[in-house]
Ligand binder design. Structure first.
Ligand SMILES: [Fe+2]
Length: 326
């Protein structure tokens, strides 16, 4: 019998990213991607896209190495938060409650089995635009920025795993994510999985880490909604020395119209031209791409992804050849 679905996690709230070059990373997100700074404190700066309704969706923290700080998920209610905290505690992966972060209430911190830091929260501060950024378009939290080619909202995060199954199972069974699509090898093991709690085809993707790293980040993704913006931002990247790793192109999996770049701090950032497709079916059967389908799964059209795409993540490990920069 079908398991009763869990509706306790609502959405991706924000991501913290480490950067060894915080000034350059900030320049990338603010001047090229048109993001707005909402706060700075200590070694961290808080940013949001112009259609992000909360205080921030990206926290950039200065650190020795690039990588993931943490991923924050918003629960559907305070009760839902408490239910999921009990479930997380049962797995032994809970770390405890944390209070005092700007822009949010109490958050329960935990890790995935692979060690990615995550938190779950209910209370968030909503962004209030200062007078000069207020817009008469009332369903937008602020005016559209006039810098760069501005992204509209945070879309998803993609994490690498030393071992797929325990991490995917944790997202599905403990947090209540739905498996939307996956790539399965002949031996029955998955090498990649796309999962969501929202109608988006993925709020999170997980990929195997061929270098055996633990807790690495593959990329974060911001959404444009229009594929043309990928061409427009590509011009700015080429003119401003930002390495385009792949795209614009279209994936088979998720049907995403993508562009991948490496920001100056070394983290991979994806820009999404459209939303792929949306899922409203409560009885969704996961799409299984097998080895024989791989070519179309990875690229629907456009050129193939470079080998480094499957190996490079942050923190950077292994042979320098796997790094698309430096
Ligand atoms: Fe992605």
């Amino acid at each position: 019998m079908r398991k009763e679905p869990i509706f306790d996690v609502a959405q991706l709230a924000h991501v913290e990213m480490y950067s060894p070059k915080p000034d350059e990373t900030l320049w990338f997100f603010k001047e090229l991607l048109g993001m707005e700074e909402s706060h700075r404190e200590g070694q961290s700066v808080y940013l949001r896209a112009y259609e992000d309704f909360y205080h921030h969706t990206l926290k950039i923290t200065e650190a020795k190495e690039a990588g993931l700080g943490h991923v924050a998920w918003r629960a559907t209610s305070q009760q839902a938060l408490e239910r999921r905290v009990s479930a997380i505690k049962e797995t032994g992966l809970g770390k405890g409650w944390f209070e005092g972060e700007v822009g949010q209430g109490a958050a329960y911190q935990f890790t995935t089995p692979d060690g990615h830091n995550m938190e779950l929260l209910w209370e968030v501060d909503y962004y209030k635009a200062p007078p000069e950024l207020r817009t008469p378009l009332l369903n937008r939290p602020q005016k559209k920025p006039t810098r760069g080619v501005p992204v509209r909202r945070l879309d998803h995060v993609n994490l690498m795993n030393s071992e797929m199954k325990p991490n995917v199972d944790f997202m599905l069974n403990t947090l209540g994510f739905n498996l939307r699509e996956h790539i399965q090898l002949k031996d029955g093991n998955d090498v990649a999985a796309w999962m969501s709690v929202s109608p988006l085809v993925h709020d999170i993707a997980m990929m195997g880490d061929p270098l055996g790293g633990m807790g690495r980040m593959h990329h974060i993704c911001y959404w444009y909604g229009y594929p043309q913006h990928l061409m427009d931002i590509s011009d700015l990247f080429v003119e401003n020395g930002i390495k385009i790793e792949a795209g614009p192109g279209k994936h088979g999996v998720t049907q995403a119209y993508f562009l991948y770049v490496i920001e100056p701090g070394g983290n991979r950032v994806e820009l999404f031209g459209d939303a792929g497709y949306l899922i409203f079916d409560p009885d969704w059967k996961p799409i299984t791409w097998r080895e024989e389908d791989l070519e179309k799964a990875i690229i629907w059209y456009g050129s193939q992804l470079p080998q480094e795409f499957f190996q490079y993540g942050t923190p950077i490990i292994g042979d320098k050849k796997t790094a698309p920069i430096g």
